[in-house]
Design a protein around this ligand. Structure first.
Ligand code: TYM
Length: 333
């Protein structure tokens, strides 16, 4: 039995990048009976950037419904809000005392986000990877399915776990990151040199999993490519076309080589239409399922409560094991 753990921030929209890079893999892993899957809405991470309370509340519920709509099954996987399980914050504090400031300073995401939010470089932004390490280590995860941009955080999680184990013995399972063969980094449709990101100021570069079919088609038709006419998978010289081929491969369940061969001779405009249509078909069932789920808030909250209870029970065992290894006096009763 392998333990699979991952999380997504409930901010803004769920992008096609989130789906292809991470959530699609979560679905695949959930389908394997030998996996025990645990997925969180990383809402504590989300407040490292200032949120409007009403939007944050709505987005959080919306993401819970979305995760279910795109395939997570609460009868097979534990799906919960990070903020409902107090052990995350507590373990993050403990791990802070085993993490060096220099390590956090060097994190790519911290540097990027500090540059973007110069007026709010808060401690949480810097401490973000430690909270992420706490998430993963609490559940004894073997594998952490993520997109490429999160691999550095998994590396630091491993470093922290090994450091603690070196001092106290076998406290934490040392996890491994898992990225998909295709689609670990989906790029913006408007700027294929940069990652598709929910915070992209240009909405045409980003597909939301809930975009209407005509919106998806319009965005793909406008996708930036190059001045050549040849369809080839060549990420270095043909970033836009290569990104489209990657998306097409995942949407049609084929390899990049296969779609590249199938698309030989197509004009760029035709390729964009084909990718758009395949993505519309891939996302189509999500929208109606989402509409159904979001209408029943009581059901969502009940699922989230059950998820948090199951998660807390596991988290508490790991937390106590670590506290006892450190030498804390256990609370009685
Ligand atoms: P977040 O919310 O930014 O993204 C969720 C997942 O989507 C992946 N992703 C992408 N993959 C491919 N192409 C893209 N353009 C793209 N954009 C996003 C991300 O790599 C991620 O896997 N810190 C995390 C959430 C987190 C977490 C954890 C993840 C909190 N605790 C513990 C794993 C384990 C984050 O902000 O992901």
């Amino acid at each position: 039995m392998k333990t699979i753990y991952s999380a997504i921030q409930p901010s803004g929209i769920m992008t096609l990048g989130n789906y292809i890079g991470a959530v699609n893999n979560w679905n695949n892993m959930q389908a394997d009976k030998d996996n025990k899957c645990i997925f969180a809405l990383a809402d504590l991470h989300t407040i490292t950037v200032r949120q409007n309370p009403q939007d944050f509340f709505n987005n959080s519920l919306s993401f819970y419904a979305l995760l279910m709509a795109v395939g997570l099954d609460v009868n097979k996987s534990i799906v919960y809000f990070q903020s409902h399980v107090r052990q995350h914050s507590e373990l993050a504090w403990l791990l802070n005392c085993y993490t060096y400031v220099g390590e956090m300073n060097r994190m790519t995401q911290f540097k990027d986000k500090s540059a973007k939010h110069v007026d709010n470089i808060n401690m949480g932004l810097m401490d973000y990877p430690v909270l992420m390490a706490a998430d993963i280590l609490l559940y004894g995860a073997d594998l952490v399915p993520v997109g490429y941009d999160q691999l550095q955080h998994i590396e630091i999680t491993r470093d922290i776990a090994l450091r603690v184990n070196n001092i106290y013995g076998d406290v934490f399972k040392v996890p491994e990151g898992f990225i998909p063969k295709v689609g670990a980094k989906i790029m913006s449709l408007q700027d294929p040199e940069s990652k598709m990101s929910k915070s992209d100021p240009n909405p045409n570069g980003v597909i939301s999993c809930l975009d209407a079919p005509e919106v998806i088609m319009k965005k793909f038709k406008r996708a930036v490519t190059d001045s050549d006419t040849r369809i080839a998978y060549d990420p270095e010289n043909k970033a836009g076309i290569s990104n489209l081929l990657r998306i097409l491969a995942v949407a049609e369940g084929k390899s990049v080589e296969q779609v590249e061969a199938e698309c030989q001779g197509l004009r760029y405009g035709d390729l964009k239409v084909r990718v758009g249509e395949s993505v519309v078909e891939m996302l189509r069932p999500f929208r109606s399922e989402y509409d159904r789920l979001i209408a029943d808030k009581a059901y969502l909250l009940k699922c989230a409560k059950d998820g948090a209870e199951k998660a807390s029970a596991i988290a508490e065992v790991t937390l106590n094991k670590f506290k006892s290894a450190i030498g804390f006096v256990p609370r009685q009763g």
